[in-house]
Design a protein around this ligand. Structure first.
Ligand code: ADP
Length: 383
């Protein structure tokens, strides 16, 4: 088990700077998810930790060792890929045992191994593979070849192969992407259980924020090669540091509108075309320097309510109410998503199933103003 430390990590391919000064400390036994849109540099980070990619600058430590110049096999890591990367001509057993056999051969190299000793080692490997296979519920598949398995079973074999090596760190690169939706949810839960049981430090790369939110002890959000924020799922959701994180975390995504701060009757308002909202009480002070300027307003779909079904804690006032046309309704069962058009601006609301508008019906909606997020329009940082 080990801590992983990334200090001032840089990566450039010729002219392209793909990872920019990333600093991250992953605790021993932690499950850290690296998330961000495609092309933001997360796989490159993982591959640099694995030693599959050279770093252009900075220091990577696994445990107490600087591993910058160590080859992947000497870093004591095990990697699981989206593509499974199983040997097609080998059985499940041989795929899982392969790494261990190789390690044994390397250790044994240069000295004569007694037959009894070799037999003993084979027995140990068999027991290790068997244990991992049972943990993953693939014990009955050990004699099959990968092509005789479903996608989910293949991914378990790939996980099993990683487990038997008992590494200090697991590195997982989009391991669930090839599975269908149901299988993904199931395997997601299995990986979490496995992590709890084994307690091995894990760095898990995904582009899917739902996967990140449900799996990570902490989540590191990347965009354009830059680490944006690293925190627990709920802190990221409730306290996004900037506009990017706010829009990326949460489903449906946060509504973001550029609104002008105006002062009227000694109160501050946020205005955009016909939409006028009263600035939340807690933000009146921080918004003073922005009077006459534009700020970005973030409203979670869950913080917009149908005025006909308001919670007891919320009352409709002129400062929190607006009208919008509901163009599309998505009934999810536990919530209904409304795709709204307020003047020229599109918004999404997640309301209860009681709201069932007709196509293009006009709705009166209420925003829980105390929950809105504010971002500086220029720096995109949270205000
Ligand atoms: P992600 O995993 O977030 O989708 P990657 O880490 O794979 O992103 O890639 C980050 C950026 O680096 C992308 O723009 C990609 O095109 C670029 N990149 C990755 N590998 C190479 C390479 N070998 N040569 C040049 N550019 C690369």
């Amino acid at each position: 088990m080990a801590k992983v430390l990334l200090e001032n990590i840089e990566k450039s391919y010729a002219e392209t700077h793909v990872v920019k000064d990333v600093n991250l400390e992953i605790q021993d036994k932690e499950f850290l998810v690296l998330v961000g849109p495609s092309g933001c540099g997360k796989s490159t980070c993982l591959r640099m930790i694995a030693g599959l990619e050279e770093i252009s600058g900075g220091t990577i430590k696994i445990g107490d060792r600087v591993v910058n110049h160590l080859s992947p096999k000497d870093r004591d890591i095990a990697m699981v890929f989206q593509s499974y990367a199983l040997y097609p001509h080998m059985t499940v057993y041989d795929n899982m045992a392969f790494g261990l056999k190789l390690k044994n051969r390397r250790h044994g190299l240069g000295r004569f191994l007694h037959r009894a000793e070799m037999r003993q080692r084979d027995t140990e490997i068999r027991a290790q593979v068997q244990r991992a296979a049972e943990m993953l519920d693939i014990g009955h598949l050990l004699d099959r070849k990968p092509k005789q398995l479903s996608g989910g079973q293949r991914q378990r074999v790939a996980l099993g192969r990683a487990i038997v090596r008992q590494p200090q760190v697991f590195l997982m690169d989009e391991p669930l992407s090839n599975l269908d939706a149901k299988m993904r949810v199931q395997t997601r839960a299995e990986i979490i259980k496995l992590h709890r049981r084994l307690g091995i430090t894990t760095i898990y790369v995904t582009h899917d924020q739902v996967e990140a939110m449900t799996m990570g002890d902490r989540i590191a959000v990347m965009n354009d090669g830059i680490l944006q924020q690293c925190d627990t799922p709920l802190n990221l959701y409730h306290h996004p540091k900037n506009r990017f994180v706010a829009g990326f975390i949460g489903s449906p995504g946060m509504n973001l509108l550029d609104m002008r701060v105006i002062k009227s009757d000694n109160k501050l308002f946020l205005e955009l075309d016909n939409l006028q909202l009263q600035a939340p009480a807690r933000s009146q002070k921080v918004l003073l320097p922005y009077i006459g300027k534009t700020v970005a307003i973030g409203i979670r779909p869950q913080d917009i309510y149908d005025s006909a079904y308001l919670p007891a804690t919320l009352q409709a006032t002129p400062g929190n109410t607006f009208h919008a046309r509901c163009e599309v309704t998505e009934q999810m069962g536990d919530a209904t998503h409304l795709f709204l058009q307020a003047g020229d601006h599109a918004l999404v609301a997640a309301v209860t199933e009681k709201t069932a508008p007709k196509p293009n019906e006009d709705l009166k909606l209420v925003i829980a103003l105390e929950r809105i997020h504010l971002f500086d329009a220029e720096s995109s940082e949270s205000i």
